[in-house]
Ligand binder design. Structure first.
Ligand SMILES: [Zn+2]
Length: 298
């Protein structure tokens, strides 16, 4: 199908995640099909402060450990979920280390419907060939690689660590969700994170997404080798983005993430979306208050 615009996004729900703000920069032409951009506007968020390198490193480690390959759950590891007693409304109560999930003022995801136009720095993807592994970590399907290249965002280098999926999308646009969203998680040498989010819309065929859903282990903790896949196939135009400072959208909700959400979705087959939701019917944190942040778009 051809490009969908915002109004066609799926029905509303909730979300979360974050990143930190920075400079701005000119636009640049993306590479996928010239489909219509999805977000017409973006918001601007403000304040962002980075924690100490040491703390940031801890956060990254915690995050990666949490979302990475099914690291065996350490004894005493707190269980969390997307519904019920372990749901988002209770995350901050489940562990003293997850206070930010409730008290944070730069939490993610957010609604991207009201952004402020700005010159945003160009996003450059320098992802490299790598051996990927697909894992079911109990919260999502995630692909991990040791050395998979890097992205230049606002002039800083962030190494690609993993990417994973959410259904429905975590970020919303004017309250509407897309069927799914993929998050490419990058980290810099100091442990700061930069996540690139891409919306998934039904109405096309994406061979990599199909392959990943085929390989995706149905059993929690299981993993499958995916070989040298090309993650770039899940990315649309990187020249039109929305940027803001936020957090991880899962515990510990660390506010160490510079978020970049692409305005243009990629198009995948509904059957492949169904394959994911058969395993994870709903793994999106509700959208969080913006507070004093700015959301920027180009
Ligand atoms: Zn995510």
């Amino acid at each position: 199908m051809s490009g969908r615009t915002l109004p066609e996004a799926v029905a509303p729900q909730h979300d979360a995640d974050d990143a930190k703000p920075r400079k701005t920069d000119p636009r640049r032409e993306g590479n996928l099909n010239p489909r219509r951009a999805l977000f017409r506007r973006a918001i601007v968020c403000g304040g962002t402060r980075m924690p100490s390198p040491r703390f940031a490193t801890f956060c990254v480690a915690a995050v990666l450990a949490c979302t990475l390959p099914h690291a065996p759950r350490a004894a005493g590891q707190v269980h969390w979920d997307y519904t019920g007693h372990g749901g988002p409304a209770h995350w901050s109560d489940l562990s003293a280390d997850w206070e930010a999930c409730g008290a944070g003022r730069q939490q993610s995801p957010i609604d991207l419907g009201k952004a402020t136009a700005a010159l945003l720095s160009k996003v450059e993807l320098h992802w490299a060939q790598a051996e990927w592994t697909v894992v079911n970590n109990g919260h999502t399907i995630q692909a991990n690689a040791e050395t998979a290249g890097y992205a230049m965002i606002d002039g800083e280098r962030y190494d690609l660590k993993q990417f994973h999926f959410h259904a429905p999308s975590e970020h919303t646009v004017g309250g509407a969700h897309f069927p799914m969203e993929v998050h490419f998680v990058h980290a810099d040498a100091d442990g700061r994170l930069a996540v690139i989010g891409v919306m998934l819309q039904a109405g096309g065929n994406n061979s990599l997404f199909r392959t990943l859903m085929f390989l995706a282990p149905k059993q929690e903790g299981a993993e499958s080798p995916a070989g040298q896949i090309e993650p770039r196939e899940l990315v649309s135009d990187v020249s039109r983005v929305i940027r803001y400072q936020g957090s991880l959208t899962t515990p510990p909700c660390s506010e160490t993430v510079l978020w970049t959400v692409l305005k243009q979705p990629i198009f995948v087959n509904q059957r492949d979306i169904d394959a994911f939701t058969a395993m994870f019917p709903m793994n999106a944190r509700p959208v969080q208050p913006l507070y004093r942040r700015f959301v920027l778009e180009n």
